[in-house]
Design a protein around this ligand. Structure first.
Ligand SMILES: Cc1cc2nc3c(=O)[nH]c(=O)nc-3n(C[C@H](O)[C@H](O)[C@H](O)COP(=O)(O)OP(=O)(O)OC[C@H]3O[C@@H](n4cnc5c(N)ncnc54)[C@H](O)[C@@H]3O)c2cc1C
Ligand code: SF4
Length: 338
């Protein structure tokens, strides 16, 4: 048992002051990931700064017609929020594909962004892991790597980001609002999470002394033509092997705008503008979807046990795009797509 102190932040300024004063401290929100990591001795914070009573629990419309989601909005409340259900069903579907109802009741928006990888070696302190202990090696390369990355990995780490919600947020081009001693800043979702490179211990570009205060959604929600498709070992309570978030804007059969983000395949939600470019201006056909999938996966590489993910991702992309194009996010039948 590691001793740690506990403090409750009285407001956001107090939370920032407390985290800036102690680099070994951690914020705690729902605790659904951090407490597990502490039990496994993977996280050893000197102090827990409880942020659950901060006024960050609201969902509000922004001036430009988007939505501002407070960092403490529980995943369940967000998924069932009337504005999210009606205008951003892609986000609602992605959230409801994750974890269990009980976990979603506790899990916060900010905590979901910062949940850590599910690589089993990361949780096993008896094995080398560069993410847990920089410089110790990567047990997954040459080890059991069925859940691991096929895109953007490095020789230091092949872990994936486990969130479902973040895959939808990437496709929707959300922004993360953070504040710290240097003031408030807004981070494009694509720049929030990192690829592992030579510093896999860092999952995101959030600074150690910053707190997430909100996530902002732009007005466009792709509420007509969207899909969140999650492929996993069990139908619930399992992380994605591959997941796909799609948002399309169609004019007749022609694609005017395309968003495509993948989960379970990289250290961050994976977007590829070139693959999306294959779709824009084209007819919504299976051949075109296949071409976009080929482009997106052109640099995919397996590490043995996870080789199957390349073909799985290819098929899942085509299926997700087909579902989104015909406006039947969960249906198998395909009447409109040639
Ligand atoms: C059994 C199980 C199954 C799961 N399945 C899925 C799944 O299928 N899909 C999925 O997406 N997720 C899944 N999850 C993960 C779950 O969604 C996350 O654990 C949850 O979203 C984390 O939110 P939290 O508020 O509990 O975070 P916490 O555990 O409280 O915190 C997580 C991290 O975020 C930091 N943090 C929290 N809030 C802030 C903030 N505002 N600013 C800065 N730092 C902050 C904490 O310091 C900590 O480092 C699963 C979890 C479990 C236990
Ligand atoms: S893949 Fe990353 S998290 Fe997993 S053992 Fe290797 S370094 Fe650690």
């Amino acid at each position: 048992m590691n001793n740690f102190e506990y403090a409750r932040a009285s407001d956001v300024t107090d939370a920032v002051r407390r985290i800036a004063a102690d680099p070994a401290a951690k914020f705690i929100a729902g605790g659904t990931n951090l407490i597990d990591l502490m039990k496994e001795n993977v996280a050893r914070p000197s102090r827990l700064i409880d942020i659950t009573r901060l006024p960050l629990g609201k969902v509000e419309e922004t001036r430009d017609g988007g939505l501002r989601i407070g960092a403490l909005v529980p995943n369940s409340d967000l998924a069932y929020h009337p504005q999210v259900e009606a205008r951003y069903p892609l986000l609602a579907s992605a959230i409801l594909a994750g974890a269990s109802q009980q976990l979603r009741n506790m899990a916060s928006t900010g905590g979901n962004l910062l949940q850590r990888t599910r690589c089993s070696y990361f949780y096993d302190t008896a094995t080398p892991c560069n993410k847990r202990e920089p410089g110790s090696g990567c047990s997954a390369i040459g080890g059991f790597n069925r859940n691991h990355a096929i895109l953007g990995a490095s020789e230091h780490c092949i872990a994936t980001h486990p969130s479902d919600m973040c895959v939808a947020l990437a496709a929707l081009e959300a922004r993360v609002l953070a504040t710290g001693p240097g003031g408030e800043r807004s981070i494009a979702f694509a720049d929030f999470h990192r690829l592992p490179g030579g510093t896999p211990q860092l999952d995101s570009n959030l600074r150690a002394d910053e707190i997430i205060i909100a996530v902002e959604l732009p007005p466009k929600g792709f509420e007509r033509n969207y899909t969140y498709l999650k492929i996993r070992d069990r139908l619930s309570y399992a992380f994605a092997l591959v997941s796909i978030a799609v948002g399309l804007e169609l004019e007749g059969d022609t694609i005017k705008e395309a968003r495509l983000a993948l989960g379970g395949v990289a250290h961050k939600p994976w977007r590829d503008r070139e693959a999306e470019g294959e779709l824009v201006g084209a007819a919504a056909t299976r051949e075109r979807f296949q071409r976009a999938a080929d482009t997106l996966l052109r640099s995919a590489r397996g590490f043995g046990h996870n080789d199957f993910k390349i073909e799985l991702a290819q098929r899942a992309i085509v299926r997700a795009l087909s579902q989104a194009a015909r406006g039947t996010p969960q249906s198998q039948a395909d009447k409109r797509i040639r």
